[in-house]
Design a protein around this ligand. Structure first.
Ligand SMILES: *Cc1c(COP(=O)(O)O)cnc(C)c1O
Length: 400
């Protein structure tokens, strides 16, 4: 269902309708794993049609279906598959569209779990993996091969906020006959119109901005109906990493306010980022909404909302580590914790040498490319929905 209503309307109404049985205005939570059908039905995943009645919750469930329609509408896509987590969404893409002997290009910097999956599991299954800095489309042009089936990007990339020009890499990917997937978790569906820019598979960790309240794990993949059907059969029905109805219900409730929250995340982050830039202990601030971001022009062109994710440096790795300890002791309101996109502000120290050696395993020019953004380490700050002056006051307590 493509819909031309505005995002605030879609976030609230897409996928929903009053319950025909009760008139309930809010979407009911259907905790049912199986469904009584009124005609004998096939039991193979391949019997699944677009008009099939609900049969078994691994195929689909009314509450999960409501959530999937909402996210498809927000992503500007035909359809969506909801998964148990963001990682389940990433692995669904890799394990549905790649086979032994295929080649995949994966962003050389990515969410750490995706980075490790691409470096450890895919090669073990006979899939050729090229790790490429996709922020320069020429690097992708050089990496594509006749057997390239998939290009997996992430923009802004976790944790350094480096951007990738999605239209440019979509054109190259499609010329090569491959599919483009993009992890849009940092941007959320509000941050960029990934489907309109040519992305075939738009992936989110719904644990982050979409859910927005830090209380449920989930993931989503949006795209054309035929691609999502393929994902539902393989990754959903056969691999089984589907979203539970309870989490779909919780995350859908969060998603209803996503457009409003993203505006507040953006304006709060801009205020905090500007303050960080003036702080004497801070040596570098990376935020796509600031003119000092190395790809500010691309951010202005591609992003509709610069989100709430900031990375900042404070000098050497030792200084960063010491400040992380001070934060754990002194922060009063901002939580020193991983994850992001919640209503609560979260901060975490990420040391470059450790990340390059563990998750990313980059050397030479690619390691330098990472250091060009991260230096010896960054604090990844997810600016929450508290009053910006309170976030600034709390960070100021730790930064001195
Ligand atoms: C958190 C995150 C993931 C993984 O999502 P989970 O829901 O934790 O499995 C993937 N990509 C990005 C960019 C993330 O921030």
């Amino acid at each position: 269902m493509r819909n031309h209503q505005g995002p605030q309307t879609l976030a609230i109404h897409a996928g929903e309708s009053p319950d025909p049985g009760t008139g309930a205005s809010s979407p009911p939570l259907h905790m049912s794993s199986t469904f009584c059908v009124d005609a004998p039905a096939g039991f193979s995943a391949h019997d699944l049609g677009s008009e099939s009645p609900f049969l078994y919750a691994r195929w689909s469930n009314p509450t999960v279906d409501m959530f999937e329609r909402k996210i498809a509408a927000l992503d500007g896509a035909d359809a969506c598959l909801a998964t148990a987590s963001g990682m389940a969404a990433a692995s669904a893409i890799f394990f549905t569209f790649l086979s032994a002997g295929d080649h995949v290009v994966v962003s050389d910097v990515s969410y750490a779990g995706v980075a490790e999956l691409a470096r450890e599991t895919l090669p073990r299954l006979g899939i050729q993996v090229s790790l490429v800095d996709l922020s320069d489309p020429q690097n992708l042009a050089n990496a594509l091969r006749p057997n390239t089936k998939l290009v997996h990007a992430e923009t802004p990339v976790n944790p350094i906020t480096r951007l990738t020009d999605l239209s440019a890499i979509a054109a190259l990917t499609h010329q090569a006959g491959a599919l483009l997937s993009c992890d849009c978790t940092f941007a959320s569906p509000m941050g960029q119109r990934a489907t309109a820019l040519g992305v075939d598979l738009v992936m989110h960790s719904a644990t982050k901005y979409i859910g927005g309240h830090g209380d449920a794990l989930g993931g989503t993949i949006s795209g054309r109906a035929a691609l999502i059907k393929q994902l539902r059969v393989e990754a959903g029905i056969h691999h089984g990493g589907i979203l539970s109805p309870f989490n779909a219900w919780l995350i859908a409730r969060g998603a209803a306010t996503l457009p409003l929250r993203m505006r507040a995340h953006q304006s709060g982050a801009l205020e905090v980022a500007r303050w960080l830039e003036t702080h004497p202990a801070v040596t570098r601030v990376l935020y796509p909404g600031l003119p000092s971001h190395p790809q500010y022009d691309l951010a202005q062109r591609q992003m509709l909302n610069s989100s709430g994710m900031i990375a900042f440096q404070v000098g050497s790795a030792e200084q960063g580590r010491a400040l992380a300890q001070t934060m754990i002791e002194k922060l009063d309101m901002v939580h020193y914790a991983v994850s992001l996109g919640h209503h609560r502000s979260l901060i975490f120290w990420m040391e470059t040498a450790a990340l390059l050696a563990s998750s990313f395993r980059l050397e030479g020019a690619q390691a330098e490319g990472y250091r060009a953004f991260a230096g010896d380490g960054i604090f990844r700050l997810s600016v929450g929905l508290e009053d910006p002056p309170d976030i600034i006051a709390d960070l100021g307590r730790a930064l001195g």
